[in-house]
Design a protein around this ligand. Structure first.
Ligand SMILES: Nc1ncnc2c1ncn2[C@@H]1O[C@H](COP(=O)(O)OP(=O)(O)OP(=O)(O)O)[C@@H](O)[C@H]1O
Ligand SMILES: [Mg+2]
Length: 230
């Protein structure tokens, strides 16, 4: 059964159609990667799914319900969590307080467990602003994970992570899989190939291709548009 579905999802910015009539389905329990060149419309697409960006046309369905008119906070209540492409942690609050705020509760074991999943539990009392950029991204993931979401949307989560930290990130995402369905926007193709059950390629607001990692890797149109490896 599909967890998420979009029908003709569209967003215009003046004369620019950033997302252009996207029909998309995401099955429960899947790790789905959304890739495509800069400006393809990936962030705009998930912005409409999460309710932060109003739609120009089309519909968003979540667990069989049309949620197109629901505000973002109502979608969070229904089990969506997301991290932004631009980090959105409270720099002057501790890691603990950032997660507690996202969770809406201050249960110490629960907050520490979420921090532990991203390897940051021992820094719970530090200010978020003192973390390296990549670690702020991990903190954001902890904030999402703490909510035990049905759907976790991650917009370029590995940006700023060192090569040595990517393996830990991959392990984390695999450990979430099952109960949590994951929609991952990612430019690092090694991460995409390692994690994704399926890949959708977006180009100029439209779906160019969809398939398994092997299929996408072998797709000539994708190679031309995005992978650039010929
Ligand atoms: N608030 C906005 N106002 C005007 N144009 C916008 C706005 N947000 C996005 N766009 C434009 O919409 C298009 C899609 O942008 P979007 O950020 O969704 O792409 P993206 O695939 O996430 O790119 P990237 O990989 O660089 O993050 C781009 O041409 C962008 O310039
Ligand atoms: Mg983006």
């Amino acid at each position: 059964m599909s967890l998420l579905e979009t029908k003709g999802l569209t967003r215009n910015y003046g004369g620019l159609r950033a997302v252009d009539g996207v029909d998309y389905t995401l099955s429960k329990g899947e790790i789905h990667a959304l890739i495509g060149p800069n400006g393809a419309g990936k962030s705009t697409f998930v912005g409409m799914v999460s309710g932060r960006i109003p739609t120009s046309a089309g519909e968003v369905w979540f667990e069989g319900e049309n949620i197109t008119a629901l505000p973002a906070h109502a979608r969070i209540k229904k089990g969506m969590a997301y991290t932004f492409q631009i980090t959105a942690v409270y720099a002057r609050l501790s890691l603990f307080d950032n997660v507690a705020l996202a969770l809406g509760r201050r249960e110490r074991p629960h907050v520490l467990a979420a921090l532990d999943r991203v390897g940051l539990a021992d820094r719970a009392d530090q200010n978020a602003g003192d973390l390296a950029y990549g670690h702020q991204r991990l903190l954001e993931i902890a904030m999402g994970v703490a909510q035990a979401p049905r759907l976790l949307i991650l917009d370029e989560p590995t940006q700023g992570l060192a090569e040595s930290e990517i393996a830990g990130f991959n392990d984390l995402i695999r450990s979430l899989k099952g109960d949590t369905t994951i929609l991952l926007i990612e430019h690092n193709m090694q991460v995409v190939m390692a994690l994704a059950d399926e890949i959708t390629v977006l180009e100029t607001g439209k779906i160019l291709a969809r398939g398994t990692p092997e299929e996408i890797h072998a797709n000539a149109a994708v190679q031309n548009a995005y992978l650039g490896t010929g």
